[in-house]
Design a protein around this ligand. Structure first.
Ligand SMILES: CCCCC/C=C\C/C=C\C/C=C\C=C\C(=O)SCCNC(=O)CCNC(=O)[C@H](O)C(C)(C)COP(=O)(O)OP(=O)(O)OC[C@H]1O[C@@H](n2cnc3c(N)ncnc32)[C@H](O)[C@@H]1OP(=O)(O)O
Ligand SMILES: NC(=O)C1=CN([C@@H]2O[C@H](COP(=O)(O)OP(=O)(O)OC[C@H]3O[C@@H](n4cnc5c(N)ncnc54)[C@H](OP(=O)(O)O)[C@@H]3O)[C@@H](O)[C@H]2O)C=CC1
Length: 318
């Protein structure tokens, strides 16, 4: 094998909770935050709801009373998750197989949902595909695969549900999950970065255009959260996790339950005056990476004494 010794893969702890030490300076608080019953009589569609953050958002909405539908490609995964959440919350969670890259499959998924529960009140565009790769290694199909899932998939779901809502004169709340690099761009995940910023533009545009139909559109940009789906494709050897945590001012990764609480608020009636918002939730990672002088955190008090004396000694600029 060509990988250095320290890269050798070990069993990755995808699903374990953060240890007390990993809780950092701001331990997570994950229990459902809204009042019980906040989503009674509401129907929610969550794409990619079988795993990771989608599963967590489904669990929170379901625990607050929503009738949830989770949709993605792997029906067995969806069914298992649906059953587990439903057992936990006592509310219905149903699985619908759907590849969001296929507009006909999306239409059939929405047909099924409408047949079972009527038009949804909440739509969370969470499904995504991603992997790290130098861009010069990407084939046209690699580019198409990621942008089809992320941007086109979100557009197909949004248009399919949105048109039916308009026809029925019913409102709804849409949420999309993007990422902090949707704003900055990022090398090595270029199809994802391009597609995620397209998703943000789509949401902001429709927040303006479809508000008149009673639809709201918001976006959450999560920072790094340990899920198998993300970390197995973005940090396959596990070598970047420690340095990533080191640049997060909160001192730890995020947790799925924290995203789920923000998501539940944004799609709830408590947020009925929030539309077109893009909310970053990343423990401060984005600003920490962006600030030109933030590396000065490494300077010791003794080094500051020397630097301050040098600066004070300097008079004028010539
Ligand atoms: C500094 C380091 C930081 C470390 C960061 C660590 C943590 C994360 C921090 C932040 C995360 C921020 C954002 C996260 C965003 C996310 O979206 S994470 C969610 C990720 N989840 C998923 O991707 C789940 C779904 N994914 C999949 O099913 C697959 O991975 C895939 C997207 C590839 C789709 O599968 P499928 O449809 O079966 O496609 P194929 O396997 O047929 O592949 C299609 C084409 O793509 C090419 N390809 C596949 N993998 C690679 C690769 N690794 N490199 C290059 N190219 C690849 C494949 O060859 C096909 O193209 P061709 O037909 O061969 O031309
Ligand atoms: N974890 C993190 O650090 C971060 C995650 N995010 C975002 O959070 C969201 C969830 O990611 P996460 O939970 O980490 O990762 P997961 O891989 O667990 O979630 C992605 C989900 O998308 C579904 N999916 C993929 N392709 C398709 C498709 N063609 N049609 C329908 N569904 C599909 C997958 O299900 P299936 O395989 O059954 O189709 C899976 O459930 C994504 O939007 C991601 O970009 C953003 C920033 C950070």
């Amino acid at each position: 094998m060509f990988l250095p010794q320290r890269w050798i893969l070990q069993a990755r702890p995808w699903t374990r909770a953060l240890s007390q030490k990993e809780g950092g300076r701001f331990p997570p608080c994950e229990g459902a935050m809204l009042l019980p019953g906040s989503f009674n009589n509401k129907v929610a569609l969550i794409t990619g709801g079988g795993t990771g953050l989608g599963r967590a958002m489904t669990t929170t909405l379901s625990s607050l009373g929503a009738h949830c539908f989770i949709a993605s490609r792997k029906l067995d995964v969806l069914q298992k998750t649906a059953e587990e959440i439903s057992t936990q919350t006592g509310n219905k969670v149903q699985a619908i197989q759907c590849d969001v890259r296929d507009p006909r499959a999306v239409a059939a998924c929405v047909d099924q949902l409408v047949e079972l529960a009527g038009l949804p009140d909440v739509i969370i565009n969470n499904a995504a595909g991603n992997f790290v790769s130098p861009s010069e290694r990407l084939s046209a199909n690699a580019w198409k695969t990621i942008t089809d899932i992320v941007l086109n998939g979100t557009a197909y779901v949004t248009l399919e549900v949105g048109k039916r809502l308009i026809q029925a004169g019913k409102g709804a709340s849409f949420l999309a999950i993007t990422t902090i690099y949707a704003e900055s761009g990022s090398g090595f995940v270029v199809p994802s970065a391009a597609a995620k910023s397209g998703v943000e533009t789509l949401c902001k545009s429709l927040a303006a255009e479809w508000g008149r139909y009673g639809m709201r559109f918001n976006v959450i940009q999560p920072g790094p959260i340990r899920t198998k789906g993300a970390f197995s494709r973005l940090d396959p050897t596990g070598q970047f996790e420690t340095s990533m945590i080191g640049r997060i001012p909160a001192g730890r990764l995020g947790t799925p339950g924290e995203i789920a609480n923000l998501a539940a608020y944004l799609v709830s009636d408590y947020a009925s005056w929030v539309s077109g918002a893009v909310i970053r939730m990343d423990g401060g990672e984005y600003v920490s990476m962006a600030g030109e002088f933030n590396a000065l955190q490494k300077v010791s008090p003794e080094q500051w004494d020397v630097m301050e004396a040098m600066i004070r000694k300097t008079k004028g600029s010539s």
